[in-house]
Design a protein around this ligand. Structure first.
Ligand SMILES: [Zn+2]
Ligand SMILES: [Zn+2]
Length: 185
């Protein structure tokens, strides 16, 4: 299994390669990256945000049209929302293998804090690995330092380590290990 990451141009200038590599290391699967800006949909002018569900739908159509079998994650710099929430850092739909992550709220400047490239890279790696983790079959984890913990605030996101906890790593290992088949003869 390979993960395809489509970076919208300007989503994370210059950090695409280290972020992709970090996600690769956290999840232990190969990542292919390419630039792609055609998958955005669902702009809501009243909120000046994009509807993450509609973006997922667009990615699904792209995936089907190109018959891409593995999971796809789009990284955009547009701010995302889902109905019932002011914003989301990202959203994944495991059933169809598509996810989207927004870097809009990963910049310190968004919060009038001093620019910090290291934090920016760690946030995209953590959140990117989280959404991709869902596509690999992982659920949310109660361990606040685990990649699969669902952060509601930036501080919670920053409180996570860039690794899966032992429990989640074992689940992932189970998903990828070949099934045990008893041979009769
Ligand atoms: Zn999640
Ligand atoms: Zn965990």
């Amino acid at each position: 299994m390979r993960l395809k990451i489509l970076w919208e141009s300007g989503a994370l200038p210059g950090l695409e390669i280290p972020a992709g590599r970090a996600i690769e290391l956290i999840l232990g699967i190969p990542v292919d990256a390419e630039e792609n800006g055609v998958l955005l949909a669902g702009y809501d002018p009243a909120r000046s945000q994009y509807d993450a569900q509609k973006i997922l739908h667009r990615i699904q159509l792209y995936k089907r049209k190109r018959t891409i079998p593995g999971p796809i994650m789009v990284v955009t710099h547009r701010d995302l929302f889902v109905r019932g929430a002011d914003f989301v850092f990202g959203l994944a739909r495991e059933s169809t293998g598509v996810a989207v992550v927004s870097t809009a709220r990963f910049y310190n400047e968004f919060y009038q804090r001093e620019k910090d490239e290291e934090l920016l890279l760690s946030r995209i790696s953590t959140e990117g690995a989280h959404e991709a983790g869902h596509l690999l079959g992982l659920d949310h984890c109660p361990d606040s330092q685990c990649i699969m913990f669902p952060p509601e605030t930036l501080d919670q996101l920053d409180g996570k380590k860039t690794v899966l906890c032992d429990g989640c790593r074992n689940i992932l290992r189970g998903v990828f290990s070949p099934p045990v088949i008893d041979s009769i003869n």
